[in-house]
Design a protein around this ligand. Structure first.
Ligand code: GFB
Length: 307
């Protein structure tokens, strides 16, 4: 989802040469394949958006896969990029790197100040390692390896599989399906009380390109060597219950929402402090209302591919 959005953004910006590989063409968990790729292609800048990602259930059910695959992918790409002389790299993390009960809105320096949320601890540890690896390469080799921490993302090419998806695509799918099949009750996991911030992936791609394009002195003077990442958020959040109401209304669902307390709530709240990014000259453009309805349209158009 994020990689294809960045490619769309770079293409419209007239970038001359964008090199991509699908998962079947290049398995980033295989060190020698990644080394060969970087040796063959003369790559100047790397957007490291590839990762094993998933919603609360997938993270909770497969922690070993999440920590192993993410550590492998990022270690292989960051080290190979360094060896190949890549001039700049942007590592994409996640807002789950912050402590479960971090003060809100969460500023970048809250990382590693408290206990992580248990449902995604393995994924978060891998992402923290990625940020620290970029910082270590900068300290040891002077690498211009930057990091961006996105909030919960959504948009075209999202995962709509109910077992592994995040909440927003899951709700779009559930409410749309209920309308089509005439079901009167839609289950929503947890209490509905947790609050989440949602950013459209096209905004994320714009922010990534903006961070990548900043001159080195501007980026590195806004961050510090031991806290080098930049939050990328929308700036406001909604409860899961409010999100469900909005999705229901966009899909034209008139029935009842039923919360399922047997499913985990996860972190109570994750709202990012985006002042660092704002000071670097970037703000989001796509409202949640517009993003929800365009993503619903995308899902309906691509229904057969949505599993
Ligand atoms: O988006 P989500 O799976 O992940 O869930 P997190 C957010 C909230 O929505 C939780 C609730 O409180 C869920 O219980 N929810 C309600 C649902 N209905 C549903 C549903 O049908 N599907 C899903 N998936 N959730 C993830 C992390 O945390 O956020 C990742 O696990 C990553 O590591 C990602 O950081 C951004 O926001 O809780």
């Amino acid at each position: 989802m994020v990689g294809s959005a960045i490619v769309r953004r770079l293409s419209t910006a007239g970038e001359t040469r964008v090199v991509t590989r699908t998962r079947s063409e290049l398995d980033l968990t295989r060190q020698s394949d990644v080394e060969e790729f970087f040796a063959d292609e003369r790559i100047d800048r790397v957007y490291l958006a590839a990762a094993r990602v998933g919603g609360i259930k997938a993270n909770n059910d497969f922690p070993a896969d999440f920590i192993r695959e993410n550590l492998q992918i990022q270690t292989n790409v960051i080290h190979s990029a360094h060896r190949a002389g890549v001039s700049r790299l942007l590592f994409l993390g996640s807002s789950c790197i912050y402590p479960r009960l971090a003060a809100q809105p969460i500023s970048e320096d809250a990382m590693m100040t408290g206990v992580l949320e248990a449902t995604n601890e393995a994924y978060a540890v891998a992402k923290i390692a990625g940020i620290k690896m970029c910082e270590a390469y900068r300290r040891q080799f002077g690498s211009d390896f930057r990091s961006a921490m996105p909030t919960n993302l959504y948009g075209p090419n999202d995962n709509f599989d109910l077992d592994s998806s995040h909440v927003l695509p899951a709700l779009l799918r559930k409410f749309h399906q209920a309308v089509v099949s005439g079901e009167q009750v839609v289950p929503v996991w947890g209490s509905g009380k947790p609050r989440r911030e949602f950013l459209h992936v096209d905004d994320m791609a714009a922010a990534s390109c903006h961070l990548m394009a900043l001159p080195a002195d501007q980026y590195w003077s806004a961050v510090s060597d031991h806290c080098s990442h930049v939050n990328v958020g929308f700036g406001s959040d909604v409860s899961i219950a409010e999100l469900a109401e909005r999705v229901a209304s966009i899909c034209g669902f008139k029935g009842r929402i039923e919360f399922d307390p047997s499913m985990p709530d996860g972190t109570p709240r994750k709202l990012l402090d985006v002042s660092r990014l704002k000071s670097l000259g970037w703000e989001p453009e796509i409202s949640l209302q517009h993003g929800l309805s365009s993503t619903r349209d995308w899902m309906v158009e691509h229904w057969n591919e949505c599993g």
